[in-house]
Design a protein around this ligand. Structure first.
Ligand SMILES: [Ca+2]
Length: 316
């Protein structure tokens, strides 16, 4: 009896358009003070970690900034939100920091800092703002950066904050239900993990480079909700089997981050040479904000081997 070979290959596809930021425009430096304890709603001992993303941005209504978020309308936030910059929570420094380039579309908008657990369809959030946080207009003529720090925020829409030096925590997220997290734009995700010189280094910060040498490109790490600079064996695609009508088929299950604008596909092959995709060869069994499952249309009980591979695409 011939032993069936099951194999998985990661394939990448990239669609990228780049935009140049205007020179000399006013930046916003934003973040939180270092070495302060920040917690989830579970409280003491449950510190924020690298699964938390923070964004600076504003809420739009009918094409212009101005929509008002509240604890009562969290389900609508993601639809109104435009992120100017994204940052990952740094576990060692217990803080996050970012630099948002000037964007004329946001000029005059109320600035917010939104923190959220980026791999959950609904999870732990915090949203802070301050009356002084207004996205700059180029016309102001100011060239020096603005500074928006969570320690200076006067309003916390969900979650809580505390600035006393001996407080038990600085930031504390709140449990949010039935509300999707915001998208993390692909180029902002790269900027969360790589410096500007690294982004143009083809061995480190390019989409098809593998900075942590774990066998997955940065693009695949983005598509799977993994950390591109830490070779942790988590959130890997899983090959499985499904019995249907007395026949057994290969399946491929992807745990997807709910806030990445990624297109997922699967291809199948009898020999690792010829690959076929599309509905003739592969069935999309299930798709949810946190999972995608594909099935090979050819049963593994037929003569020969069957292989499946994941194909991901991202448009910037
Ligand atoms: Ca990698």
């Amino acid at each position: 009896m011939t032993k069936k070979t099951r194999f998985l290959i990661i394939l990448i596809a990239i669609l990228i358009a780049t935009a140049m930021a205007p020179v000399h425009a006013q930046q916003v430096l934003w973040g939180s003070p270092a070495n302060r304890t920040s917690l989830t709603s579970a409280g003491s001992g449950n510190q924020l970690d690298a699964s938390f993303t923070f964004q600076v941005g504003t809420f739009f209504e009918a094409g212009v900034p101005g929509w008002m978020p509240s604890a009562a309308n969290t389900a609508e936030w993601a639809d109104h939100w435009v992120a100017a910059d994204s940052a990952v929570y740094h576990e060692t420094f217990r803080a996050f920091t970012g630099s948002s380039p000037f964007d004329p579309a946001l000029a005059g908008g109320q600035g917010y800092i939104w923190g959220f657990d980026s791999n959950l369809a609904e999870g732990e959030w915090i949203l802070l703002t301050d009356p002084n946080w207004i996205f700059p207009s180029f016309e102001t003529g100011l060239k020096f950066p603005l500074s928006w720090q969570t320690s200076r925020a006067s309003t916390v829409v969900v979650g809580s904050s505390n600035n006393l030096p001996d407080a038990a925590y600085h930031l504390k997220t709140a449990k949010i239900t039935i509300s999707p997290p915001p998208l993390v734009p692909a180029h902002q995700w790269l900027g969360m993990f790589f410096t500007t010189p690294e982004l143009i280094d083809s061995l480190i910060g390019a989409w098809n480079s593998d900075a942590d040498e774990d066998g997955m490109s940065n693009l695949v790490e983005f598509a799977l909700g993994r950390l591109p600079r830490e070779a942790r064996s988590e959130r890997e695609p899983v090959l499985g089997f499904l019995e249907s009508g007395g026949l057994e088929y290969l399946t491929l299950t992807i745990e997807r981050p709910p806030n990445a604008n990624v297109v997922y596909g699967a291809e199948v092959s009898p020999d690792l040479k010829t690959w076929d995709g599309g509905s003739t060869h592969v069935t999309l069994l299930r798709e949810s904000p946190t999972e995608v499952v594909f099935r090979d249309n050819t049963p593994i009980s037929e003569p020969g081997n069957r292989f499946m591979r994941l194909k991901v695409g991202v448009e910037e």
